[in-house]
Design a protein around this ligand. Structure first.
Ligand SMILES: O=P(O)(O)OC[C@H]1O[C@H](OP(=O)(O)OP(=O)(O)O)[C@H](O)[C@@H]1O
Ligand code: HPA
Ligand SMILES: [Mg+2]
Length: 178
């Protein structure tokens, strides 16, 4: 698996240091508020797990499974809900946890949905931001790292459902895509 990676962009250590900093910020911002933390599956799973175990105040966790890439490298433009929340959003402080904002279509869909469901506030934390991919003007409140205009894998991010279990963020060798 590792020999299919052309370059490591963000190491395991860098991710862990950044995750700790983001968790401290979340702890301060949400102290005493009991937010609903919503992980956007599947990609956000490793980041959510590492992030929230370092948040030192009460939070509720839920998950939403949405997909628009269908394993490929390009958004279909259609965000499909595979699994909805089990929790009511109305009057809650929401913390959306994402692995990456690329076109922004997934997040703008979710933000509209949670506004419609009358969330009290919506905060977005993403491990990665790829501003060059943007097709909608959604912005995260907390960003781990900016990534260049390349298809990245690892630490939750997949290509054809593989590589999510890499502990770092990297780019694949070109021959893997063909
Ligand atoms: O900003 P966007 O262009 O919408 O891209 C970001 C979204 O795309 C990926 O999900 P994907 O649809 O691949 O589902 P997955 O997490 O199950 O891989 C990623 O995990 C984000 O949720
Ligand atoms: O660069 C990416 N890699 C993997 N999944 C993604 N979903 C949106 N952008 C990406
Ligand atoms: Mg994907």
């Amino acid at each position: 698996m590792h020999d299919e990676i052309q370059e490591i962009l963000i190491s395991e250590e860098e991710i862990q240091v950044k995750t700790k900093q983001l968790a401290e910020k979340i702890t301060n911002d949400f102290d005493g508020k009991f937010p609903l933390a919503i992980g956007v599956l599947k990609g956000a799973m490793p980041f959510m797990s590492d992030l929230l175990k370092r948040v030192n105040t009460h939070i509720e966790m839920d998950f939403m499974d949405v997909s628009s890439y269908e394993g490929g490298m390009k958004s279909t433009g259609e965000v499909k809900i595979i699994k909805d929340l089990n929790t009511q959003v109305k009057d809650r402080d929401i913390l959306i946890i994402e692995d990456i904002i690329d076109s922004g279509l997934t997040l703008s869909y979710l933000v509209d949905l949670f506004k419609y469901r009358q969330a009290k506030s919506i905060t977005i934390v993403t491990l990665l931001d790829k501003p060059t991919g943007r097709k909608s003007d959604v912005k995260a409140d907390l960003v781990g790292f900016e990534v260049p205009d390349a298809f990245v894998v690892g630490y939750g991010l997949d290509y054809e459902e593989k590589y999510r279990n890499l502990p770092y963020i990297g780019v694949l060798k070109p021959e893997i895509y063909s």
